[in-house]
Design a protein. Structure first.
Length: 75
């Protein structure tokens, strides 16, 4: 019985690692549109504020949310 418990723990650990890798790959695949989104935001801000320097940072989080930070500096 002791041997079976030890073996199950290893199996659970392996399954956890596989799940984490799968989720990480899925997150990276869903981020393909981020570059287009950044460019659209920059274009829109420059349209209404042409004398601005725009910096956009966007990243996806583990809980399937998207954080977008936009820094606008007037020149």
């Amino acid at each position: 019985m002791f041997f079976l418990r030890f073996k199950d723990k290893g199996t659970a650990s392996t399954a956890k690692k596989r799940l984490q890798e799968t989720l990480a790959n899925d997150r990276n695949a869903n981020i393909a549109y981020l570059d287009d989104l950044k460019n659209d935001i920059i274009t829109l801000i420059r349209k209404y504020s042409p004398n601005s320097c725009v910096d956009v940072n966007a990243c996806a989080n583990r809980n399937n949310t998207l954080d977008i930070k936009v820094n606008i500096k007037n020149i």
